[in-house]
Design a protein around this ligand. Structure first.
Ligand code: NQM
Length: 370
């Protein structure tokens, strides 16, 4: 069908507890400024409701994956994650997203970037944002992606087929160091915080230090204007200290309020991503919080319960349940590499495949294609 608008092929996939628009790199402009304008138009921003696009009006449903053949030898595909902020016009590449990553496996297989195996397919992903690697295991009986299954993840209704995500050496992903300020604890404005990055730059603050219990609902925290002001002021000061530069228009660092576990887990969390409170917790956010529980002296370690052994399962409690993280600890390694591997289980589901339409004055669909 002909259209006077520009049409771009894409898939809409739920990856973990998030929903994203997945594109093949070759279908978007190569020029980053133009690409970001195109993606803002796709989502319907700048407008908090995203009524003029297909974004969901929340950071968890305003996400983009750009996938293409790998540019490095030890991977099958390149995956660039972009956070489109619904409430203003920034598009940020300053973080990875482990939830959207779970949908990259099925997307790569269905778009013939990876040849499927008969039972399971391994997809080696180069996470372009940080240069890190993740191996995904996707169920593909008879060479076809299986979405149905019995795996339940907290924050998503029903069950689906598991996508196993095995991360390798993700310390300092976006900041260059596991503890980017060089300290286990920093005193900022009289508040003790731990700045840490094991896949995601996160600032940990004890909820009690902010006058919270740490067990509030996301809606309660989102309504607390004065809390959000304090948290944002800390974030803007800590961003540059974490080697992230000016973070005003960036989606990192995430601000995580921690408290003692109350539901059989190892730590409790409430995470601002960075302005709205997450309904659960991000994948690499959870890996990073779990890692902080193991490092002596962090604000998390003091209140977490930590299991023994080199391979540890840690359960990070969040507003809609808990997130299990498997960490392999290298006891002999220097602190920077204390965790050598991290594994999580996610699910993903293809929701829609087709063309998204954007106004031709934003992009005519021909200039700057990769
Ligand atoms: O931490 C939300 C999400 C995320 C990120 C956010 C994520 C991760 O739940 O790896 O998955 O923190 O912005 O999708």
């Amino acid at each position: 069908m002909q259209s006077r608008q520009t049409t771009i092929a894409c898939s809409v996939i739920r990856g973990g507890t998030s929903r994203g628009i997945y594109f093949l790199a070759r279908n978007l402009p190569a020029d980053e400024t133009l690409r970001d304008r195109v993606l803002t138009a796709v989502m319907g921003g700048p407008d908090a409701l995203q009524v003029n696009g297909i974004g969901g009006g929340h950071p968890l449903t305003s996400k983009v994956a750009i996938v293409g053949s790998a540019s490095v030898a030890d991977a099958d595909v390149d995956y660039l994650f972009l956070q489109v902020a619904p409430d203003n016009s920034y598009v940020s590449a300053a973080q990875n997203c482990g939830n959207i990553l779970a949908g990259v496996g099925p997307f790569a297989i269905e778009n013939n970037l990876v040849r499927p195996g008969n039972e399971y397919t391994t997809v080696r992903v180069h996470m372009v944002n940080s240069g890190n690697r993740c191996e995904l295991t996707v169920k593909t009986p008879g060479g076809v992606v299986e979405y149905d299954g019995a795996t339940v993840i907290d924050g998503v209704p029903g069950s689906a087929a598991a996508v196993i995500c095995d991360f390798q050496e993700i310390a300092g992903s976006m900041t260059g160091a596991l503890l980017p300020t060089g300290n286990v604890v920093d005193d900022i404005d009289g508040m003790f915080v731990t700045c840490i990055d094991n896949g995601m730059p996160v600032v940990l603050i004890r909820a009690a230090d902010l006058g919270c219990s740490g067990y509030e609902t996301p809606e309660e925290l989102d309504r607390d204007v004065s809390l959000k002001k304090t948290v944002e002021s800390l974030r803007l000061k800590l961003g540059p200290m974490m080697n992230l530069g000016d973070v005003e228009k960036k989606s990192v660092p995430k601000m995580c309020l921690v408290a003692a576990p109350v539901d059989g887990g190892n730590i409790s969390s409430r995470t601002f991503i960075p302005h709205d409170c997450h309904r659960s917790i991000g994948v690499l956010g959870a890996v990073t919080v779990a890692t902080a529980c193991l490092i002596p002296g962090t604000v998390a370690e003091k209140i977490a319960t930590v299991p023994a052994g080199e391979e540890k399962m840690l359960s990070v409690e969040h507003p809609s349940g808990a997130f299990q993280v498997r960490l392999v600890v290298d006891e002999s390694a220097i602190a920077e590499k204390i965790v050598s591997k991290a594994g999580v289980v996610r699910t993903a589901r293809l929701l829609m495949r087709g063309d998204v339409f954007i106004p031709r004055q934003v992009w005519d669909g021909t200039t700057g294609v990769t």
